[in-house]
Design a protein around this ligand. Structure first.
Ligand code: URP
Ligand code: ZN
Ligand code: ZN
Ligand code: ZN
Length: 463
């Protein structure tokens, strides 16, 4: 199986140049000008277009059992939607119940993910602590290609990790050469603010952001960063949504601490006015945590991405349909938290980031693919167009436009937080593991074609 992508501008994080990309099997085998290709090769004409490394979404939840229901997208529909948007690898989360074996949960998620159409890899959540967790973290790193562990500092009485768990798990991650990641929100504060709002009769979706103000996120971000500093571990903060969390990251990095931050496409372009909508279905459709913030915070996130204090873009793709969201119609704390985006991330970040002049095409590649591959140890298999890398590519038409709508999306759930947004800059072709899986609106996703990507531990000694 040979594919040649001819005549495009190849964009890597370090430079952009004209050339062809030749793929054989699942790998890139040549990059250069006017390459020879066998007569039977599939030819993709990339004239006037960019050719970029396939996107890596560092944060998705396919088929997640959460808040009494299961997300609308499973690993097939979710990864297929990603391919349609130019994302060829997702990083999803194994989330064990408190007291559940990490390995048992890991096997369950691996089973669910077998139907994936695109490549996938897992962060494993540490939701509780004892010596068996300590041991199983070791097994996951040494035998199962896991090198990142997730900690939810929110969701009290469910999956929240307390400080005992955080400190023990961060310490263990360091020993193993794995990176700790956190959902930074103070779960106790969220819980108490929720109870106060309900007691005052404020029960609709508009209460959701009131229960999770920026300070609640910033407290947890600062705490996680301080713990990481004391223990000497790196730390990665998922879905940074506010200026105050970003300031915590910037401060720590300025002092030489290894802290990474992730921005969600949704947080970059959607503001908190959505919660004021009189259409409760619409407002509930936007309930996710952390919530959408005011434009002041959005501007800060763009500055963070450009200035290098935020490193990756993701979606937290976690779709629920209107009936599922309606479980919280009389009590906002029961609205399943989560929104989609895996299909739209690349186009939304390009349109709002590159078209506005905030990001260059190479910076776009850095924050949609390369940094993710480097931070989570998939580089240079992923995140770069180079000989020997996986043939995961997106051919990008900077002049193509599309109006995003739930009516035309591949993802499930029947709702789209980017509804009605017209983006300029869209994928025309997606090549995943050497196969042309998306071509000008036509999706040829194949159930089970995705592969689990092992991510080895980092070398921990800096001698
Ligand atoms: O609201 C969200 N983000 N739902 C998914 C779980 C999480 O917190 O990432
Ligand atoms: Zn989260
Ligand atoms: Zn999440
Ligand atoms: Zn439904």
């Amino acid at each position: 199986m040979t594919t040649i992508i001819r005549g495009g501008t190849i964009v890597n994080a370090d430079r952009a140049f004209r050339g062809d990309v030749l793929c054989f099997g699942d790998k890139i085998v040549a990059v250069g000008e006017q390459l020879d290709a066998p007569a039977n090769a599939t030819v993709v004409d990339a004239g006037g277009q960019y050719v970029m490394p396939g996107g890596i979404d560092t944060h998705t939840h396919m088929q997640l059992p959460f808040m009494g229901t299961v997300t609308a997208d499973d690993f097939f529909t979710g990864t297929a939607a990603g391919l349609a948007g130019g994302t060829t690898t997702i990083m999803d989360f194994v989330i064990p119940d408190p007291k559940q074996s990490l390995l048992e949960a890991y096997r369950t998620w691996r089973g669910w993910a077998r139907k994936s159409a695109g490549d996938y890899t897992f962060h494993v959540a540490v939701t509780w602590w004892d010596q068996s967790v300590h041991a199983e973290m070791g097994t996951l790193v040494r035998e199962h290609g896991v090198n990142s562990f997730k900690h939810f500092m929110a969701y009290k009485n469910a999956i929240m990790a307390d400080d005992e768990t955080l400190v023990n798990s961060f310490r263990r991650a360091l020993e193993l050469g794995a990176i700790p990641t956190v959902h930074a929100e103070n779960g106790e504060l969220v819980y108490q603010l929720q109870q106060e709002l309900l007691a005052r009769g404020i029960t609709g979706a508009k209460a959701h952001p009131l229960s999770r103000p920026p300070e609640v996120e910033a407290e947890a971000a600062n705490r996680a960063i301080a713990i990481a500093n004391v223990l000497g571990t790196p730390v990665y903060i998922v879905h940074v949504s506010c200026a105050e969390s970003l300031e915590a990251i910037a401060r720590a990095r300025a002092k030489g601490q290894r802290v990474y931050g992730e921005a969600l496409a949704g947080h970059l372009v959607i503001d908190d006015s959505v919660y004021a909508s009189p259409d409760e279905d619409f407002a509930r459709g936007h309930v996710m945590s952390p919530p959408f913030r005011s434009p002041h915070h959005q501007q800060a996130l763009w500055q963070g991405l450009r200035g290098g204090n935020l490193h990756t873009t993701a979606t937290d793709h976690c779709t629920f349909c209107a009936e599922q969201k309606a479980a919280g119609k009389d009590n906002f704390t029961r609205i399943p938290n989560g929104c989609g985006g895996v299909e739209e991330r690349m186009a939304v970040v390009w349109d709002a980031g590159v078209n506005s002049g905030t990001l260059t095409p190479s910076e776009f590649v850095r924050v949609t693919s390369t940094n993710a591959a480097q931070i989570f140890n998939m580089y240079p298999r992923k995140g770069v167009i180079a000989v020997g890398a996986d043939a995961d590519l997106v051919v990008w038409d900077p002049n193509g436009t599309r109006t995003i709508s739930a009516k035309t999306q591949f993802a499930k759930g029947g709702f789209n937080v980017f509804e009605g947004r017209t983006v300029r800059g869209i994928p025309t072709h997606t090549i995943a593991a050497g196969k042309l899986v998306f071509e000008r609106g036509e999706l040829r996703a194949e159930e089970g074609a995705g592969r689990h990507i092992d991510r080895p531990a980092f070398t921990t000694q800096s001698t």
